[in-house]
Design a protein around this ligand. Structure first.
Ligand code: DAT
Ligand code: MG
Length: 149
């Protein structure tokens, strides 16, 4: 089944929104397969945001994501990559719809609470960058037949 990489950024952790953010993916019906609370090295931050290396905000982005602990996660489910992006909302929280995580809790593009992979291929790259195989748990919740036909 499809998987995506999500990370609650340092602002989400500092603001005490870890439970609230995880709840949204859990109650939607996606399956948690990896989770760790960690500090991010500059090396990992730069590799993660490599596509933005030439952008003017790159240095600030790396400083921000390394400024405090993050919650790194892998979630599984049909269509989870695109669906998680909808749950997260638009990059700039001022443009994110109410009801999305960024729309409900954010104001500033540099404090947008959570990262989510933007495509299935990106998700595969990010999952292998952040997690070792043995850190991912293959399991099926007992209620799975009530979530997936
Ligand atoms: P997203 O996180 O929605 O996938 P992105 O991949 O385009 O957005 O950019 C990665 C992060 O970089 C984003 O979450 C916040 C920051 N960022 C993007 N565009 C920015 C800008 N114009 N100014 C400042 N920060 C920006
Ligand atoms: Mg992105």
């Amino acid at each position: 089944m499809e998987r995506t990489f999500l990370a609650i950024k340092p602002d989400g952790v500092q603001r005490g929104l870890v439970g609230e953010i995880i709840r949204r993916f859990e109650t939607k019906g996606f399956i948690l397969v990896g989770l760790k609370f960690m500090n991010v090295s500059r090396e990992l931050a730069q590799a993660h945001y490599d596509v933005h290396r030439e952008r003017p905000f790159f240095a600030g982005l790396v400083d921000f994501i390394t400024s405090g602990p993050v919650v790194a996660m892998v979630w599984e489910g049909d269509g989870v990559v695109a669906s998680a992006r909808k749950i997260i909302g638009a990059t700039n929280p001022l443009n994110s719809e109410p009801g999305t995580i960024r729309g409900d809790f954010g104001v500033n593009i540099g404090r947008n609470l959570i990262h989510g992979s933007d495509a299935v291929e990106t998700a595969q790259r990010e999952i292998s960058l952040w997690f070792k195989d043995h850190e991912l748990v293959n399991w099926a919740p007992d209620i799975k037949s009530w979530l997936y036909e």
